[in-house]
Ligand binder design. Structure first.
Ligand code: SF4
Length: 277
């Protein structure tokens, strides 16, 4: 979801825009299967250690810098429906490698919360085998119900993307307000849910000191947030926009200078959080 492109062994590679579905504020009807965009069996950047990473289809945000543009539609002919036993068969084949490195599994996307029943069932199955679970999310939770509670009860680490605290800039950068995401962050804090915040430094949108201070002030009192992962913007997913028939609107925006990223890190560190770059 943040900072990286969907996995290489794609169930539906990034070849074209599958138009069925679309961005409506609702979950897919759950029939015991996950709608899987792609799988990465040994990911190294989606949480601690080596990880089996499931990229789930569907996202309701519209980030200008999205590197997984082909995951947006809730339904895609190029995605693959998988049951939890299907997925666990693969996970268990890698279990010893994952565990030996302090790794586990990660649900990402797209936005995994849009398929929260499936992720709940998957994470419960992982916990039955003592496998570490990580939820990589933009925080766009639609329902606070027993499904979400069971999912979070079976999540060892949440990686939460906080894209921009300023509501007006967020709307421009992400296409929708940040109210749901901020409410989710506060929900995690109330639960004491172990959370790593991810922040993408996008030139012109999130690379200024004010934005970093807004983020720092928001998360400073959250004892459940021990770490902030700072991710410099990159252009690696830009080609997928063209494949989906869209114009990439950040054309000409380049990765931020090292000094800018270092300054953002210094500011966030000042709010008492460990920093990963
Ligand atoms: S949250 Fe943004 S970056 Fe992540 S998949 Fe959705 S649109 Fe792309």
């Amino acid at each position: 979801m943040e900072g990286r492109a969907a996995g290489p062994d794609a169930a539906g590679a990034a070849a074209a825009h599958a138009s069925a579905g679309g961005g409506h504020a609702r979950h897919r009807h759950y029939e015991g299967v996950g709608h899987v965009h792609s799988i990465e069996s040994c990911g190294t950047v989606d949480g601690p250690g080596l990880r089996y990473v499931l990229f789930l289809q569907g996202c309701l945000m519209r980030c200008l810098y999205c590197h997984n543009r082909d995951t947006w539609d809730l339904k895609s002919d190029r995605a693959k429906d998988m049951t939890v036993p299907d997925v666990m068969k693969q996970v268990l084949a890698y279990r010893h490698y994952l565990k030996a490195t302090g790794g586990g599994v990660t649900a990402t996307g797209g936005e995994p919360l849009l398929q929260y029943e499936f992720v709940r069932d998957w994470f419960m199955a992982c916990h039955a085998h003592d496998i570490h679970t990580c939820l990589d999310t933009n925080g766009y939770a639609l329902h606070y119900d027993e499904v979400l509670q069971a999912l979070l009860d079976n999540t060892d680490l949440v990686m939460l993307d906080l894209k921009q605290i300023d509501p007006d800039i967020h709307k421009v950068l992400v296409g929708i307000p940040n109210t749901r995401t901020l409410a989710f962050a506060e929900h995690l804090a109330r639960r004491g849910q172990r959370t790593r915040v991810r922040y993408v430094v996008v030139p012109g949108y999130t690379d200024d000191e004010r934005s970093a201070h807004l983020l720092g002030r928001f998360i400073a009192p959250m004892k459940n947030v021990d770490t902030v992962e700072v991710l410099p913007y990159h252009e690696l997913g830009a080609h997928k926009w063209a494949l989906c028939g869209d114009e990439y609107r950040l054309k000409g925006v380049h990765p931020p200078p090292k000094e800018t990223v270092a300054q953002i890190c210094r500011i966030l560190e000042g709010y008492g959080k460990a920093i990963i770059v």
